[in-house]
Design a protein around this ligand. Sequence first.
Ligand code: ADP
Ligand code: CIR
Length: 359
Amino acid sequence: VEIPVHVTEAEELFKTLTSATECHSLLRKHLTQAIFDKIKDRKTSLGGTLADCIRSGCQNLDSGVGLYACDPEAYKVFAELLDPVVKDYHKLPEKKNIHHPHSDFGDLEKHKLEDLDPEGKYIISTRVRVGRSQEGYGFPPILTAESRKELESKALDALNSLADELKGTYHPLTDMDTETQAKLTEDHFLFNDSDRFLKAAGGYNDWPTGRGIYFNENKTFLVWVNEEDHLRLISMQKGGDIGAVYKRLVTAVKTIEEKLKFARDDRLGYLTFCPSNLGTTLRASVHIKIPLLAASDKFKSLCDKLNLQARGIHGEHTESEGGVYDISNKRRLGLTEFQAVQEMYSGVKEILKQEKELA
Ligand code: ADP
Ligand code: CIR
């Protein structure tokens, strides 16, 4: 019998992965020969394959995760591989079923989040984002130019209903000159097509069709359309007032939720392209100047202990500049939205305390 093309490709990718000498991704760790053989022939109802999920991690052996879901159903169809990766990333118990609580953004009147750096000495800016997928559509490897445009147009209908501080304008990338794009990216507002991990996963197929950014006048509320996820909702501002940043995001999410139907799963929470973003999908971050702590031996282990992730100044897979790091909560699944923000909040407090002790 003839072997289908998608299975041949998966075989080749798997061979590259398993013959690598230096590879520490979660994909490499959890895709055993037995699991591979069991799931390699499967397809989702939208036609997504195992090759679509593992292509990036096999072509980029320095991946941290190495795995994307070709579409929402992939989390069921390829569960034998995705479940252990999800548990590992979000630090969930290996032997128990995955459980994600109901969405809970917290009561900000009762539990105030104070400014983390009222004197403005350490924290340059604060940002909170969530990802959302529109129900009924696949993820980047299997989207077409047509479906990207549909997603964009549905998103616009919803965004046009935003009022007050959240009222803004949509800027499609197809209409944006390269200097404006470069400046917005440099200033941390916009995405580009330069992430090789996302590229290999199909994240830039049909670029720039269907992509764009919505933002309000002050650029404190922004929405990325058809970057890694169908939607990324972002709230950000200068300084350390995490309470104000978070509150703005919550208002936006609740308003947009009334207009769009989002893909959600009882077990995994909100569904996203990358398994690291499942659940709350929330990443709360500060750009923080901590040159002394960052230079010390304990920095990495301290971040691990506090469930924090340190990224460079232009986001994931970039470098720090002048002792400034992007510090955020690492876990997004298995806890509520409010707990995810609190994890960043208390962790950054501890980081600041230790930086001050070293001075
Ligand atoms: P994401 O947050 O969407 O997972 P990245 O790590 O690529 O993706 O970051 C996206 C952009 O957001 C980058 O330009 C990054 O510098 C910017 N960013 C992240 N956190 C902050 C922050 N606290 N202040 C300002 N910009 C930030
Ligand atoms: C990787 O595996 O390194 C990339 N595909 C990015 C994964 C997302 N990373 C993360 O830690 N949130």
